[in-house]
Design a binder for this molecule. Sequence first.
Ligand SMILES: Cc1cc2nc3c(=O)[nH]c(=O)nc-3n(C[C@H](O)[C@H](O)[C@H](O)COP(=O)(O)OP(=O)(O)OC[C@H]3O[C@@H](n4cnc5c(N)ncnc54)[C@H](O)[C@@H]3O)c2cc1C
Length: 393
Amino acid sequence: MPWEPLTDDQLEIRDLVRRVARERIAPRAAEIDESHEFPWDVVELFREHGIFGLLFDEEWGGTGTGALLSLVAIEEVSKVCATSGLILAVQELGSLALKLAGTEEQKARFLPSLASGDTLTAYALTEAGSGSDSAAMRTTARREGDEYRLDGGKRFITNAGVAGLYTVFAKTDPEAGHKGISCFVVEADAPGFSVGRIEPKLGIKGSTTGEVFFDGCRIPAANLIGAEGDGFRIAMRVLDRSRPGIAAQALGIAQGATDYALDYAKGRETMGKPIASHQLVAAKLADMETACQAARGLLYRFGRMADDGVEGPELTKASAEAKLFCSDTAMWVTTEAVQILGGYGYVKEYPVERMMRDAKITQIYEGTNEVQRLVIAREMVRETRSSLLAGVA
Ligand SMILES: Cc1cc2nc3c(=O)[nH]c(=O)nc-3n(C[C@H](O)[C@H](O)[C@H](O)COP(=O)(O)OP(=O)(O)OC[C@H]3O[C@@H](n4cnc5c(N)ncnc54)[C@H](O)[C@@H]3O)c2cc1C
C-alpha cells in the first residue's frame, strides 16, 4: 500500500469522488469544453452522491468532514474536468460569507439547500473598474425601511445565470472607503436583479462567467450579512478560506496532466524506445511529479490548519502560498505535458491542450498571483521570526 496522508475514513470518501470523476465526468470533459454549456448533469451527479454535502457542517445537512476533504474532492474532480471542479469550489466560495458571518437564522434559511446542491451559489465582488482593488467598487446599497435597494453591476461572476443565491458586496457608505462596504445575500428572483452578458473565454468553458446587474434591486434588510461596514473584512476572510479551493482545482489539473503525459510517454516510441526512457523527457516527468507533490504538501497543510481551527495572519499566509504555488505549478506542468505529447499535445484529440487552457485562470481569479505575492510578503514583514541577523550588532 502506498503511503497516504489521509485517514481511512477520508480515503473512503476520496475514492468515491475519484470513482464518480473517472467513470462519469471524465468521459464528458471534452464535450463540456467543446459545447461551452454549463454541465447540469454533473451538478445532478454531485447531488445524487451527496458531494456538495462535503462542503458543509452536519447541522446544515452536510457531512461535517472538514476543509481538507473538501479540497481533496475538488482536486479529484479537477484531475479530469476543471469546469466540474470549479462547481464545487464556487459552491464553497458563495457559501462562506454565510458560514463565517451569517446569523443562525440566515444559516438555517439558506445553507441546507446549498448543502444538498438544490441551489447553486455565486460570489459577486468584482466590477468592471475594480478587480484587485476591490475597495474601489461602485455598487451601492441603501436602507429603505425593511429593505435594501441595490444599484450597480458586477462583472466576471462565476455561476452568473445558474446560481439561485448571490453573495454581493456593495457600498452602504460610499465616502468611507473599504469601511463603507457591506455584504448581502441576493436571491436570483429579487426584483431589479438581472444577468447580462456571459463571456466567451480561453478555458473552463463550461463554467458561466458573466455580468449581473442591480437596478433598484430590492432585498429584505434581513439579508444583510454581519453589520453595515463589515463587508470588506468578510470578503477577505472568505477569500482566505476559498483560495485553497482554486489551489485544489489547479493541483487537480496539474496531476491530471502529469498522469496523462506519463502514460503517453510510456507508450510513444521514438528512436527505438519509449520517449519516457529519453533522459530529457524523463527529467520533465520527474520535475512535474515533484512539483505536484510539493503543491499538495502546501494545500493539505492549509486543509489541516483550517480543520485545527487556525485563524488570522497564519491562515491568510498559508492560503496565499497554496494558491500561488499550486496555480503556478498547474500552468508550468500543463505546458510541459503539451510538450511531451509533441504535435499530439497541441490538438483537441488529446486532453492536455484543454488542461493548459484551463490552468491559466487559476493564476488570475480569487486574487491574481501578483496579489498573492503581496499578501505573503506583507505577512512575512509583519511576522516576528528569529533570523541569522538576530544578535548581529
Ligand atoms: C473566468 C473568471 C471568473 C471569475 N470569477 C469571479 C467571481 O466568481 N467573483 C468575483 O468577484 N470575481 C471573479 N473574477 C474576477 C477576478 O477575480 C479578477 O479578474 C481578478 O481579481 C483580477 O482583477 P482585474 O481583472 O480587474 O485585473 P486588475 O486588478 O486590473 O489587474 C491587472 C494586472 O495588474 C496586476 N496588479 C493589479 N494591482 C497590482 C498591485 N497592487 N501590485 C502588483 N500587480 C498588480 C494584476 O496582478 C494583473 O496582472 C473572475 C474572473 C475570471 C476571468
